[in-house]
Design a protein around this ligand. Structure first.
Ligand code: TRP
Length: 332
């Protein structure tokens, strides 16, 4: 069979356990869609997680839960997709070291993402944290990815990857592929507080695997248009976080909702109920597939084992090419 796909996509996500609407709209649904046009390699980057995590006892459970969500959402090895855990293919740590030798330290310490982390965790500015983007570059380069889907927050890291690949290739020959960024359309989802980015650590999230009752309970806590104090006040959908989510999960009703909100024909409580219902219905098939897959935990671990086997084939080849290009002595 000839491969008619346009090239290889690589993306990674830190194992954060059950996924939320921000993960879904910002990443997962793009991961699923890209499978139609690309050979996809999706990685649970457990090593990256170590740069910020002091508490590692959750890593296995969170890897399992995240992969389960991925599979239930339609990331599918039967379509050729490789899904694996970063540390299962240790060649990435080798490439990380080799690339680090070609990385000026100033490139790393000047990155806005590094400066943010230093601010967030001043007592844990470890060596690995400085090298975070080098490890990410190693991920992408090791699988010779042509395309990397990125949101705005990861754009500087991808730019760094491109620079390091260019630098490597300039020194050692055209061995690595300079990846293209594919900017995804919906990058930022606010939490139920309506202020900060949706995140598990801020506990302002809604899990995609939540039951209809849990969804209802979280949605009822959502902040809406702050200027709308009374039911009779006209609303401003353009500033309402709830409304922006309606446009995804209530697409065929959104024009009516907008009109009703502006004209105070619908109250925020009613609007939330409608949203909770639609959200719950949207993820009903997902919840069913997830429950089915969860019956046997081996299913997830088997997918990851097979993914690591397939990823290793690519990784071994590329790491040999890289060592060869550098001129490291070969073993007999
Ligand atoms: N740095 C990414 C994040 O924090 C995760 C990541 C690791 C990644 N390696 C990658 C993303 C390679 C894209 C490609 O979200």
């Amino acid at each position: 069979m000839t491969n008619t796909k346009k090239g290889r996509v690589f993306s990674g996500a830190r194992p954060t356990g059950r996924q939320h609407l921000g993960n879904y709209l910002g990443a997962i649904r793009n991961y699923v869609a890209l499978q139609d046009d690309y050979d996809c390699v999706y990685c649970v980057v457990d090593l990256h997680a170590l740069t910020t995590l002091e508490d590692t006892d959750k890593l296995r459970g969170w890897t399992y839960e995240m992969t389960l969500d991925w599979l239930a959402a339609g990331m599918n090895p039967d379509l050729g997709t490789i899904i694996f855990v970063q540390s299962h293919v240790p060649q990435v740590t080798e490439l990380h070291l080799l690339l680090s030798m070609a990385t000026p330290l100033g490139w790393l310490t000047r990155l806005p993402t590094f400066k943010d982390k230093v601010r967030q965790q001043p007592d844990n500015v470890n060596y690995g944290l400085v090298g975070y983007p080098v490890l990410m570059a190693a991920d992408i380069a090791l699988y010779k990815a042509d395309v990397v889907p990125v949101g705005v927050d990861q754009a500087p890291h991808l730019e760094f990857t491109r620079e390091i690949v260019r630098r490597f290739n300039h020194h050692f020959g055209e061995v690595l592929i300079e990846p293209q960024a594919k900017h995804t359309e919906f990058t930022k989802v606010l939490g139920i507080d309506g202020e900060q980015k949706m995140s598990k650590s801020l506990d302002n999230h809604i899990e995609i695997a939540a039951s209809p009752e849990e969804i209802e309970q979280r949605v009822m806590q959502m902040k809406t248009d702050p200027a709308r104090k009374f039911r009779s006040d006209p609303g401003h959908p353009e500033v309402c976080n709830l409304f922006s989510l309606h446009s995804f999960f209530s697409a065929d009703q959104v024009a009516q909702i907008e009109q009703d909100c502006r004209g105070a024909g619908i109250g925020c409580v009613q609007c939330k109920r409608l949203f909770a219902q639609n959200l719950s219905a949207h993820f009903a098939p997902f919840r069913e597939r997830r429950a089915e897959l969860a019956k046997d935990p081996d299913v997830v671990w088997d997918v990851l084992a097979e993914g690591a086997r397939r990823a290793s084939v690519i990784a071994s080849e590329v790491i040999s090419e890289v060592k060869d290009a550098i001129g490291l002595p070969k073993p007999r």
